[in-house]
Write a protein of this length. Structure first.
Length: 145
């Protein structure tokens, strides 16, 4: 079974990868839509363009809030890891393995903060990529079947 640190790191890496795939798709669709809209965008385009700004503000606010909450939990996690290592004799001339486990546990809070911060941004970018893939650049949007 993977450690909490390793799991959180892999989850953060997966979110970065998903964001790296979704963001260019969203940017390409929106830039094409902006170019096709011309100087007088339709009501549909105006709604999409206004939503671009608001959704970014919301995603970043949620990201900061999630990162802040994860940072508040970090010191407690670090204290618990240090306490566990001390009780196992790792800090009093114990095995190097115990100190290695402390180092591994101490990286878990950092990975959790990164993971928490990326979650709202990745979620919004991925949902936008899926939604915009179904939306034509011009004309009325297709109805889902």
């Amino acid at each position: 079974m993977a450690s909490a640190s390793r799991r959180a790191t892999v989850q953060a890496q997966q979110k970065v990868l998903d964001l790296g795939i979704a963001a260019p798709q969203v940017v390409a669709h929106r830039l094409a839509r902006l170019a096709l809209a011309g100087p007088v965008p339709s009501a549909r385009d105006q709604k999409e363009f206004a939503g671009m700004v608001l959704e970014k503000q919301m995603a970043f606010a949620q990201s900061w809030w999630a990162a802040w909450n994860a940072m508040l939990q970090g010191p407690w996690s670090m204290a618990w890891s240090t306490w566990q290592t001390a009780l196992s004799g790792g800090m009093l001339g114990g095995s190097p393995w115990a100190m290695w486990k402390l180092t591994e546990r101490s990286s878990a809070p950092v990975a959790k903060v990164v993971n928490a911060a990326l979650t709202p941004i990745e979620r919004k970018a991925s949902s936008n990529a899926r939604r915009l893939a179904r939306t034509p650049l011009v004309g009325k949007p297709r109805k889902r079947s």
